[in-house]
Design a protein around this ligand. Structure first.
Ligand code: FVH
Length: 286
């Protein structure tokens, strides 16, 4: 008999999580603010609770996947969570996660960050960060493995959100660059699909290969100078990116901050270093 689980929230992601638990054979109780959402789960054997309190009472493991942090507090306001393990997979900040952990002090609270879109849940590429009491994570590791590869990152409940937001920030920065590239290319009516397959994806993949070197510089403090692509050279060429965008009628709003940061690094005497120095400038900004 697999461990019974409850899923609160049956949006695109919550429904995918519930489906993965059902596929793995977990007796699954579901609840959603708007009744009747994700009707396919009923055919798969889910038990639909009439109230959030009834749903929480049904299982020792309660997975919450609502829109934002405030909705978690609204939905669970006044609900008795004592004796439950609450796993909150709703997107939020580290500070929100720590505050929510205090709010659920009567329960064991794990915060999580889902690194997947709904279609990836239950598949090999999906992973989920967890943080909070390690014993609670270990007790439920098997059940949580039905959703995605679990990655426990520490006892501080804010850590999973920090990892999550770090990866989302990297993704949005990368997409911002790619979207700008596509705006340039389509400004000349060049087909976006062929450009993406033949050049954009291979180029980004190759360039991502420089990340371990930057990370090594950050970890080990050594900044021996950039091998073949120092910051002074990059900053000098960067004006061309802005000028070309303007000439093509493309707004360079996504590119400008990166150029400003590189120029600052050069002005502060780091022209012969690699991009690790810009990480340090960002970290010291606050
Ligand atoms: N979908 C994705 O690609 C991403 C992947 C990474 C993780 N995110 C986060 O997952 C959370 C849920 O996202 P979702 O895709 O399920 O979102 P929706 O389909 O919009 O469903 C939202 C659910 O939240 C319920 N809800 C909203 N407000 C309240 C409230 N005040 N009280 C109770 N429930 C509430 C909503 O219920 P209803 O509108 O059907 O009544 C849905 O169940 C999210 O944090 C993503 O950032 C997804």
């Amino acid at each position: 008999m697999k461990q019974p689980v409850t899923v609160l929230g049956l949006g695109a992601m919550g429904a995918a999580l519930a489906r993965a638990f059902l596929d793995a054979g977990h007796p699954t109780t579901i609840w959603n603010r708007t009744p009747g959402r994700a009707p396919e789960l009923d055919q798969l054997g889910a038990v639909r609770a009439d109230s959030v309190g009834q749903a929480v009472a049904a299982s020792p493991l309660v997975v919450v996947c609502l829109l934002v942090d405030a909705t978690v507090h609204q939905a669970l306001d006044g609900v008795d969570v004592r004796g439950r393990t609450i796993v909150n997979l709703t997107n939020g900040t580290p500070e929100q996660a720590r505050a929510t952990a205090e709010r659920f002090a009567g329960a064991r609270y794990l915060d999580g960050g889902i690194m997947a879109v709904p279609e990836m849940i239950g598949g090999p590429a999906a992973f989920i960060f967890y943080s909070g009491p390690e014993a609670a994570f270990e007790e439920h590791r098997d059940a949580l493995s039905a959703l995605a590869r679990p990655a426990y990152v520490g006892a501080d409940p804010g850590l999973a959100a920090l990892y999550d937001i770090a990866l989302l920030s990297a993704m949005y920065g990368m997409f911002g660059g790619a979207e700008h590239a596509l705006a340039l290319i389509t400004s000349e009516r060049i087909p976006a699909s062929a450009f993406t397959a033949d050049f954009l994806l291979p180029w980004l993949t190759a360039m991502l290969g420089s990340l371990p070197q930057i990370a090594d510089t950050l970890d080990n403090g050594a900044a021996p100078g950039a091998a073949g692509s120092n910051l002074a050279m990059q900053a000098a060429a960067y004006d061309n990116l802005i000028d070309a965008a303007l000439a093509q009628g493309v707004d360079p709003m996504l590119l400008r901050p990166m150029g400003d940061l590189m120029k600052r690094a050069v002005a502060e005497g780091h022209g012969d270093e690699d991009s690790a120095v810009t990480v340090r400038l960002l970290s010291s900004a606050s």
